[in-house]
Design a protein around this ligand. Structure first.
Ligand SMILES: Nc1nc2c(c(=O)[nH]1)N[C@H]1C(S)=C(S)[C@@H](COP(=O)(O)OP(=O)(O)OC[C@H]3O[C@@H](n4cnc5c(N)ncnc54)[C@H](O)[C@@H]3O)O[C@H]1N2
Ligand code: MOO
Length: 392
């Protein structure tokens, strides 16, 4: 058994370089930039008023002033500034040259074309040209693009960008007991949920899942499933990873030429995880227990998909205070399903009393995966522990 850390490093080493494609920015949400975007213009392009009010010379603030023009967003005033004058101005309008301040209209008394400032604002209420960004500035967030990123790209006048192609991920669940959701399970059968869970995790990570037909517990059926994955960028199998007579994924993959990176890790749940490269395509073999599959999906499949898009794969690790005492850990790093509650300083974390890796209902209720290192000694209520937040 290798450590979770080593296993993750080996999984990430399987990532092929990202391939770039051009997309329009209205299609760019959640994509990873393949190269920095370079601003085509400066923002604001001119000194702009931040308020509806009057542009004036700050030195004239105490005087009675004559309003000699009007500037609105999109309609600059192109007259000449002079002492003891002001220009009616609206938010977003260019501040005419020669004026160095804007007073908001609530702080001005106006009588005909005469105004007097009644209250000083702090600051000038002018947004200087280039305050936000300059032409030539490059933008390269090391994460998937967010709605504000799309806005920034639009403001930089970049209509199309180069992004990493979304990896296509083939998902192959296997087991004689499995039927698809919506069908009636016969004796000894259950509904397959792992492939759907994995497809959702894959999509969440920015890739396109392809759920293959469920394989049966025969070498032939698994071979057919593996063949159907050809052309994908990544194959994720689920189930059949353990040591039972019907756990054939490792054997079939080896027969097909899997260059195995590892099999079995010191992790709970998820011990029978395997990974390697099959004819140039990375493959991850997940254990079949539903919670094990999901936890391994979060810890290994999603980071691999990030790496395949050229992103730095990292989980958010946060701190919490234990709500209960916990016994010593065994020789595997344990990811306990837990709930979080608000608390004075750090959140309070409570692992479910049952950590059975078949209990999807608890996995779905969990707010966090509480991490306990292998061979962690007893912990007590109030101790500080690390966790990975889930959902939301
Ligand atoms: N003798 C040993 N037995 C087991 C060991 C071990 O070390 N020695 N490890 C256990 C652990 S830990 C895990 S995890 C499981 C992993 O087994 P497999 O990867 O071979 O998974 P299966 O046997 O195919 O299935 C396990 C369990 O999960 C259910 N399952 C499978 N696929 C799906 C699916 N697509 N949707 C919903 N549920 C699924 C399946 O019905 C089984 O109940 O092995 C332990 N055994
Ligand atoms: O690893 Mo198994 O995943 O402990 O249930």
């Amino acid at each position: 058994m290798i450590s979770v850390e080593d296993a993750l490093a080996q999984v990430l080493a399987l990532a092929p370089p990202a391939q770039a494609e051009q997309v329009s920015i209205d299609q760019a949400l959640g994509r990873a930039l393949a190269e920095p975007a370079v601003s085509r213009l400066t923002q604001p392009p001119f000194d702009a008023s931040a308020m509806d009010g009057y542009a004036l010379r700050m030195a004239d603030m105490e005087q009675s002033l004559t309003v000699i023009g009007e500037a609105a967003a999109g309609s600059p005033w192109d007259g000449q500034a002079a002492p003891l004058t002001a220009v009616r101005i609206f938010t977003g309008a260019p501040v005419p040259a020669g004026y160095d301040g804007v007073v908001m209209q609530e702080h001005v008394d106006r009588d005909g074309d005469r105004i007097r400032v009644t209250a000083r604002s702090s600051g000038t209420n002018i947004r200087k040209a280039g305050d936000d960004f300059h032409a030539g500035d490059s933008f390269a967030p090391a994460r998937r693009l967010t709605p504000p990123d799309i806005a920034l790209l639009a403001a930089m006048n970049i209509p199309t960008i180069s992004v990493a192609r979304r990896p296509r991920v083939a998902i192959l669940a296997g087991g004689d007991e499995l039927v698809v959701p919506g069908s009636q399970p016969g004796p000894g059968q259950i509904v397959s949920s792992n492939d759907l869970a994995m497809a959702a995790l894959v999509r969440e990570a920015g890739a396109d899942p392809v759920i293959l037909p469920i394989a049966r517990d025969t070498e032939e059926s698994l071979c057919t499933g593996f063949a159907a994955a050809s052309g994908a960028d990544l194959l994720v199998t689920i189930g059949g990873a353990s040591v039972g007579d019907h756990d054939l994924v490792g054997k079939v993959a080896a027969d097909l030429g899997l260059q195995r990176a590892f099999y079995k890790i010191a992790m709970r749940p998820g011990k029978p995880l395997m990974a390697g490269r099959l004819g140039g395509m990375p493959m991850i073999g997940l254990p079949g227990n539903p919670v094990s599959a999901i936890v391994c999906g979060i810890l290994f499949v999603q980071p691999l998909i990030a790496a395949m898009q050229g992103l730095r794969p990292s989980h958010t690790l946060l701190k919490a205070r234990l709500a209960v005492d916990l016994p010593p850990e065994g020789d595997r790093q344990h990811y306990l399903r837990a709930t979080l509650a608000e608390n004075e300083d750090l959140p309070l974390i409570t692992p479910f009393p049952s950590q059975d890796s078949a209990r999807l209902s608890l996995m779905a209720q969990a707010d966090a995966l509480l991490i306990r290192p292998a061979n962690d000694p007893s912990r007590h209520a109030g101790d500080i522990v690390s966790f990975i937040p889930l959902g939301g």
